[in-house]
Write a protein that binds this ligand. Structure first.
Ligand SMILES: Nc1ncnc2c1ncn2[C@@H]1O[C@H](COP(=O)(O)OP(=O)(O)OP(=O)(O)O)[C@@H](O)[C@H]1O
Ligand SMILES: [Mg+2]
Length: 322
């Protein structure tokens, strides 16, 4: 691991190179899925959180674990269940009978990378305890505020097919996630490769960190310095506003969604080795950042309208600045 590397000067070239090393490391475990990995890196670099939504067994937990192992950071996993309480995530005061005092025992949220596995299995009260802490970057416990460590990344997984005994995240909670990633099935050859990868042992066991905390923080700082021309910002806002007017949508993109798309476009540009955003960065990130924020009207839901297609049509319609 390159602890001696120069992190103070995180040039776009160096950023692309460091993330390339991270990508190569993850690809030792996760086969295919290069686009999903890139979206994950955008969220990581822009201090956002990730909602991994897909059917069972396509590598959601494996991907989150592989990322945590590739970063030299503390990692916690919480398996969400219906009886999980907010204090199981945030922590609680413990009474000490010897001297009659209370001391605070930090919950698993006090880590750098938190895997909230199967988030839709916990009660709405517990979900909101996590999501509020996630967006405010602090946990409020018994009236006291505790800042979360830096960096802090939540990867939540959700399984869309199990409706029985689950609590789907409400729109306001979905809006807090920067990106939604779907992994999908691997292609034929890749699936065969996966079988041999794991014949002896799981490749996850061999993974070691390739990016230090300092490098990640420098990358996150660099994202914020990526320039966005006014014409590109206006283009982005036009896309968001179009979603609010589309007759097929009951709910469009919020200004929070616009902000997260702005930051995502900056990170996307940096990953491409640039210190300025192009309209293409906005376009590349639009469906991944926006689609989970949209709510279809019941009519268009029954008609089988796809949110991704709605965004793609909007991208087609809104003039691209030159
Ligand atoms: N694209 C892939 N590349 C490498 N391994 C994969 C891929 N897809 C699935 N696997 C393997 O399939 C197994 C199951 O993956 P995992 O447990 O991460 O699934 P999951 O999506 O979390 O499922 P669940 O929703 O049931 O929790 C793991 O051994 C994982 O390595
Ligand atoms: Mg899993």
């Amino acid at each position: 691991m390159s602890r001696t590397s120069e992190t103070s000067a995180m040039t776009p070239e160096r950023a692309a190179e460091r993330v390339g090393a991270l990508r190569a490391n993850l690809q030792r475990v996760i086969r295919g899925k290069t686009e999903s990995l890139d979206i994950l890196f955008v969220a990581l670099l822009s201090e956002g959180s990730v909602l991994l939504e897909d059917v069972p067994g396509v590598g959601k937990t494996t991907l989150a674990k592989a990322l945590a192992r590739s970063l030299d950071l503390s990692f916690q996993r919480i398996q969400f269940t219906p009886d999980l309480l907010p204090t199981d995530i945030l922590g609680a005061s413990i009474y000490n009978p010897v001297d009659g005092t209370f001391s605070f025992r930090k919950g698993p949220i006090f880590c750098n990378v938190l895997l909230a596995d199967e988030i839709n299995r916990a009660s709405p009260r517990t979900q909101s305890a996590l999501l509020e802490a996630m967006s405010e970057r602090q946990a409020t416990i018994e009236g006291r505020r505790y800042p979360l460590p830096e960096p802090f990344l939540v990867i939540a997984t959700e399984n869309p097919v199990e409706f029985h005994g689950t609590y789907p995240l409400p729109e306001a909670q979905l809006d807090r996630f920067q990106v939604q990633i779907k992994l999908g099935y691997p292609d034929f050859d890749t699936e065969v490769e996966i079988l041999y990868d794991q014949q002896d042992h799981h490749p996850l066991e061999d993974l070691s960190p390739v990016l230090s905390r300092e490098e990640l923080l420098a990358l996150q700082r660099a994202v914020r310095t990526v320039t966005v021309d006014r014409s590109v910002s206006e283009y982005l806002v036009r896309i968001s506003r179009e979603t609010r007017q589309d007759p097929r949508l009951a709910l469009g993109v919020s200004p929070r969604g616009s902000l997260l798309l702005f930051r995502s476009a900056q990170a996307h540009a940096l990953l491409d080795g640039r210190n300025y955003v192009l309209p293409d960065d906005v376009r590349a990130m639009a469906t991944h950042v926006l689609s989970h924020r949209l709510v279809l009207t019941s009519q268009s839901r029954y008609a089988g309208v796809d949110k991704t297609e709605v965004i793609e049509e909007i991208l087609h319609r809104v003039p691209v600045p030159v």
